[in-house]
Design a protein around this ligand. Structure first.
Ligand SMILES: *Cc1c(COP(=O)(O)O)cnc(C)c1O
Length: 498
């Protein structure tokens, strides 16, 4: 299996190279040259396997430089730190009609752990395969959850350093503390004055700056990305669509071959795109429901064909990991919608960068991406969903999952469909304790730890120890930078390291 760039189909490399490079030199993202197809007997077999076994079977279809055994060894090691390594992403039946896949049983309590526990192992193995002795400098712009998950994945990994930038005023207090207290000799963390898009653009500028690459090369470093544009981030996420499906078969909710829907809280569009890839491979998925918060740029895109960040205010919500206006992974879907016309894809992305918008005609959109339904949830709807679901089903939603819960309901209001829907749950509710507190008790609690304790007292849901412990952990990183300072900070860091 070869990989091509969404902006140049003649640029062909192996999956191994795609993982090492992260992003194509032309600015495009790497996509598989074709989608490997699976049939029902293959899926049937998966239903008897553990999570790491399924992961190795799916990923082997893309990464033919690796044997299934090699991939299994990496997956087994990666998911050791999950609550139940053999069932890393369990499906919970909350209520007769509500099914939830919990993607947050990893070390940092958000769905990013699923991919970021695996990526460091994969990247190290890819470099070994290529005889690549360069040190890797991972640069991350985070809306909150990627940063900590990437640090946990990469800290003290040989031959790798990691720098994380987060928007100073755009992440939850618990998320910020998780990052600022990080250990690891190869880690640097700083806040950025601005929002997530400012942080992401700052990092993209460094990737596009040849003078930075030259300076780093002299010191033996090559840049790479742990953001969800990296193929190595996307691929492990395809796996849990298969394991979710199999769990529905195994519990008798559906029969093998029946279709199901997935409803996904979206930000950078990586999670739901992995679901669309699973559908292209042959997993019986009917519709993919794209849930946004008030930053509803994706909702508008799917409903009008126009993706526009012009005249759009960046709104801070209770689901900060979805406060994003530029959904990087949408480029991969746009490439498919345009029939893999890379020149046109490059043009539309240029329009987005220069004019703040691009447009696809609605006919093409509904023909090629008709399985997407998109809607959004307001702050009030999110708050309400958290309290209603807790009251009726004794299940505590985090605000991101609550966005998806609201939108899955509006899906059934608007579309006549008796297919079951699985809601993807992306974070443990204690990662966003103030929002949950507000929803349950109708009043604000500014102190994150007091909010956690009060919620725990009321619901009896235990607070994860690693979150509780943050209260006593000393702060290690206190820098806050302007976006234009990022470049020099990165250079300075590489001068300091061994
Ligand atoms: C990252 C994140 C999302 C958004 O996922 P994308 O793959 O960027 O669309 C949603 N919820 C939580 C909790 C996240 O951390």
């Amino acid at each position: 299996m070869k990989f091509i760039s969404t902006r140049n189909g003649n640029y062909k490399i192996t999956g191994t190279e795609a993982v090492i490079k992260g992003i194509s030199p032309d600015g495009g993202l790497f996509v598989p040259e074709s989608f490997p197809k699976v049939n029902l007997p293959f899926i049937d077999e998966l239903c008897d396997l553990t999570y790491p076994q399924t992961a190795s079977k799916i990923m082997a279809l893309f990464m033919d430089d690796f044997s299934e055994e090699e991939l299994f060894a990496m997956a087994e090691d990666a998911y050791k730190c999950f609550s139940d390594p053999e069932d890393a992403c369990p499906v919970v039946n909350v209520d007769d009609a509500i099914f939830i896949t919990e993607l947050w049983h990893g070390p940092t309590f958000a769905f990013k752990d699923v991919a970021l526990s695996f990526l460091p192992r994969l990247l190290t193995a890819c470099k070994k395969k290529m005889g690549n002795n360069e040190k890797t400098l991972i640069l991350v712009a985070t809306s909150g959850d990627t940063g900590k998950a990437a640090i946990e994945g990469f800290k003290d990994v040989e031959g790798t350093d990691i720098i994380v930038f987060y928007p100073e005023d755009g992440v939850s207090e618990a998320q910020k503390l998780q990052m600022k207290t990080s250990g690891g000799q190869n880690v640097y963390v700083a806040g950025i004055k601005g929002n997530f898009d400012d942080a992401q653009n700052g990092v993209k500028r460094i990737f596009a700056d040849d003078s930075v690459k030259e300076e780093l090369k002299e010191k033996g470093f090559a840049l790479s990305s742990a953001n969800s544009i990296n193929w190595g981030r996307l691929m492990p996420q395809i796996v849990y669509y298969f394991t979710s499906y199999c769990q529905m078969v195994n519990s008798g909710e559906i029969e093998l071959g029946d279709e199901i829907n997935f409803c996904v809280p979206c930000g950078n569009f990586g999670n739901i795109l992995a679901g669309w890839y699973a559908k292209q491979m042959g997993l019986p998925i009917k519709n993919l429901i794209c849930a946004s918060n008030s930053n509803k740029v994706l909702t508008d895109f799917f409903n009008t064909g126009k993706y526009s960040i012009k005249d759009r205010e960046f709104i801070k919500t209770t689901s900060p990991s979805m406060d994003i206006l530029i959904s990087s992974n949408l480029e991969r879907l746009v490439f498919e919608i345009l029939g893999r016309d890379w020149e046109k894809t490059a043009l539309l992305m240029k329009n987005l960068k220069e004019k703040g918008e691009f447009e696809i005609d609605k006919k093409t959109l509904s023909k090629k991406a008709g399985c997407f339904f998109a809607d959004y949830a307001t702050l009030d709807e999110v708050e309400n969903a958290i309290s209603v679901v807790y009251e009726s089903s004794d299940y505590l939603l985090d605000p991101h999952t609550a966005v998806a819960m609201v939108v899955s309901e509006s899906y059934y209001d608007q579309v006549e469909d008796d297919t079951l829907t699985i809601v993807m749950s992306t974070a443990n509710p204690y990662k966003f304790p103030q929002a949950v507190h507000q929803a349950l008790f109708g009043r604000e609690e500014k102190d994150a730890f007091k909010a956690m304790e009060r919620v725990a007292q009321e619901t009896g849901e235990p607070i994860p120890y690693a979150l509780l412990k943050l209260k006593e952990t000393p702060i290690r990183f206190n820098d806050v930078l302007y976006p234009l300072e990022l470049r020099d900070k990165v250079i300075e860091y590489t001068k300091k390291t061994r």
